[in-house]
Design a protein around this ligand. Structure first.
Ligand SMILES: [Zn+2]
Length: 470
């Protein structure tokens, strides 16, 4: 009975596996986690195999009907670029009914039944979708590549993420407590929006805070997805030298100019925001997460004015997302800790396609979360690499939290995993050694993923996905 129950917890409310005790979570025996993950994978496969059209197409072509061990799922991992594989003209011409038709092949939610033919912008489309399907929360990437991915996340994924953060950030060291600790969020960006980061904010308020008034955002408004997408297109066109051919909706262009003005004032605004927060929340326990450079700028500005140890020592300061192509000055971590007064800095490795976050320990290792099954693939052929020893290869994950989309996907990251040796920090999970590197950065901007399994099967499935009957 316990194992069945535990599989359900892992898939639906992971912190319940340990009664929300972080210490116990960090020390779950490896063999137990492996067994739960394999059972969870089998369950997800049985549930989704024939229900997600794109997965069915691929599994049929690859003749995969059951999962006996982890590597059986490798031929069915999606290339992460699948979520931006829709024809770009659909978005440029506001053909949202067709985007729904495309998305319908990637999710259980009945997106095709929703009438979005009248929508004239991404913001409008997402608003209609949010209202019509409250269990679906379509989120998008930030468009650094010139186009945006659309991920059909479910509300339950956002909730699971919130619950996991509750366990880590509250860190009560004991089972669930009915009374919420006083905790404030200082967030150096927009309060809401539909990018995957911003979607998570509602989960934070719901699971970690006493109420909306405890969430302090530098911009308390909603970020426009259209403006973000337009910025991405302009950047892409600039890079290709095709800016003069870009077709832009005048209403959105006007908002873009507004947004550019806001961007230009951002450094000054953030400085003011952090000064204000340092006064208003002095001595309080805060939760702040941002890119390393934003955190460091905040700390430098504060330290310059003589502010130190501003917040409570059990505040949770967290960062992730790599170096952002910048050189990190020595001592930036110490500056952040000195200014905030927090005892430690929580660094994490995560990606918007996967619910799980992998936390860095005091020995500099990213410990792999129990919520995602890790794989390493040969960077050229995508064949699975051995699951023992110390291996470097392309990272792939099966996200066990994904319940209405397929959780298996191949990333653009190169990682080294230590599969056998335990980390001296005492945490039981396997871990990433050294830095995470993007193949596209290693290869001068290019990263072509070959999916494992038969190439014709993957091509056939991609043709199926993008055939929208036009
Ligand atoms: Zn460790």
């Amino acid at each position: 009975m316990t194992i069945t129950k535990n599989i359900q917890w892992l898939l639906t409310d992971p912190p319940m596996l340990v009664d929300y005790c972080l210490e116990a979570w960090d020390h779950l025996p490896r063999e137990e986690v492996d067994a739960l993950q394999l059972a969870g994978l089998k369950q997800r496969f049985a549930q989704l195999r024939n229900a997600i059209p794109m997965l069915k197409k691929l599994a049929d072509a690859e003749n995969v009907d059951s999962i006996d061990n982890f590597n059986d799922v490798v031929p069915l991992l999606f290339d992460h670029t699948i979520y931006k594989s829709y024809p770009p003209s659909l978005l440029e011409n506001n053909r949202f009914q067709h985007i729904n038709k495309w998305l319908a092949k990637l999710t259980l939610h009945p997106v095709e039944e929703i009438d979005v033919s009248h929508c004239q912008s991404i913001d409008e489309w997402l608003e209609v979708m949010d209202a019509a399907l409250p269990q679906l929360r379509i989120s998008h990437s930030t468009g650094t590549s010139g186009t945006v991915s659309f991920l059909p996340h479910s509300q339950s994924e956002i909730d699971k993420n919130g619950a996991m953060k509750q366990m880590s950030v509250w860190n009560l060291g004991s089972p669930l407590r009915s009374e919420r600790p006083e905790l404030h969020v200082a967030y150096p960006f927009f309060r809401s929006g539909c990018s995957s980061h911003l979607r998570g904010n509602d989960g934070i308020v719901k699971h970690l805070l006493r109420g909306e008034e405890y969430f302090h955002a530098a911009y308390p408004t909603k970020m426009s997805s259209d403006v973000l997408y337009l910025s991405a297109r302009i950047r892409g066109a600039q890079a290709k030298g095709t800016l003069d051919r870009l077709k832009v909706n005048p209403a959105i262009l006007a908002r873009k100019e507004e947004h550019d003005a806001l961007q230009a004032k951002m450094p000054a605004h953030l400085k003011q925001f952090f000064q204000h927060i340092a006064q208003e929340l002095r001595g309080k326990r805060i939760y702040v997460w941002a890119t390393w450079n934003l955190l460091h700028n905040m700390a430098k500005a504060g330290l310059e004015t003589g502010l130190e140890g501003v917040f409570s020592a059990d505040s949770y300061v967290s960062t992730g997302g790599g170096t952002k192509g910048l050189i990190q000055p020595a001592g930036w971590r110490e500056d952040v800790l000195r200014f905030t007064g927090a005892k430690e800095l929580h660094e994490l490795y995560a990606m918007s396609e996967v619910l799980a976050t992998h936390m860095r320990c005091e020995h500099g290792h990213y410990h792999l979360s129990h919520l995602a099954i890790p794989f390493q693939l040969d960077p050229q052929t995508s064949e699975p690499l051995p699951r023992h020893g110390r291996i470097t290869g392309r990272a792939a994950f099966f996200d066990l939290g994904a319940d209405s989309r397929w959780g298996g996907f191949i990333s653009g990251d190169e990682i080294t995993i230590e599969w056998d040796q335990h980390c001296t920090c005492g945490r039981t999970s396997r871990y990433i050694v050294g830095e995470v590197q993007r193949y596209s950065e290693k290869n001068g901007g290019d990263d072509k993923i070959t999916c494992a399994g038969t190439e014709s099967a993957h091509q056939e499935a991609m043709d199926f996905l993008n055939n929208l009957g036009e």
